[in-house]
Ligand binder design. Sequence first.
Ligand SMILES: Cc1cc2nc3c(=O)[nH]c(=O)nc-3n(C[C@H](O)[C@H](O)[C@H](O)COP(=O)(O)OP(=O)(O)OC[C@H]3O[C@@H](n4cnc5c(N)ncnc54)[C@H](O)[C@@H]3O)c2cc1C
Length: 122
Amino acid sequence: MKILTNGLKSPKTDKYEIDTRKIKKIHGDFKVTSIEFEDGEVLPVDGIFVAQGVACGSDFAKKIGVITENDKIIVNESMETNLKGVFSCGDITGGLLQINKSIYEGAQAGLSAVNYIKTLNY
Ligand SMILES: Cc1cc2nc3c(=O)[nH]c(=O)nc-3n(C[C@H](O)[C@H](O)[C@H](O)COP(=O)(O)OP(=O)(O)OC[C@H]3O[C@@H](n4cnc5c(N)ncnc54)[C@H](O)[C@@H]3O)c2cc1C
């Protein structure tokens, strides 16, 4: 397996071959057949797995004073952050980046939010 970073800084791994060149084009009709780099070289491939990151979701949290560590929001078992009434769940809390973990944490955060709202005297 080869990891293509599309011009981004290389992840640290001894396990796989890393290629940091920028990708110009992905070729193939019904199936991906090759990757073309900006330098013109074409790499034949059987398939690709896109794992491109997005704008960090913790940026907003940091702005409102939520404590983060390595861009991950710190929560307790109830998915509470350091700010009262602010809960977090899913990838942004770190650990296993999988849907089932996000769903569990989402359910827990929802229950915690309901319990928190019940404590408010409106
Ligand atoms: C290519 C790929 C393949 C994957 N395959 C699998 C798999 O096979 N099985 C599996 O279990 N997991 C897989 N995952 C991981 C899985 O997708 C994630 O673990 C899961 O989607 C995390 O859910 P989430 O709700 O925490 O975050 P996300 O799904 O990332 O949702 C967060 C949302 O918040 C939005 N957002 C961020 N910041 C803001 C903001 N400031 N204001 C408003 N909205 C904001 C984002 O746009 C996004 O829509 C895969 C991930 C990738 C990238």
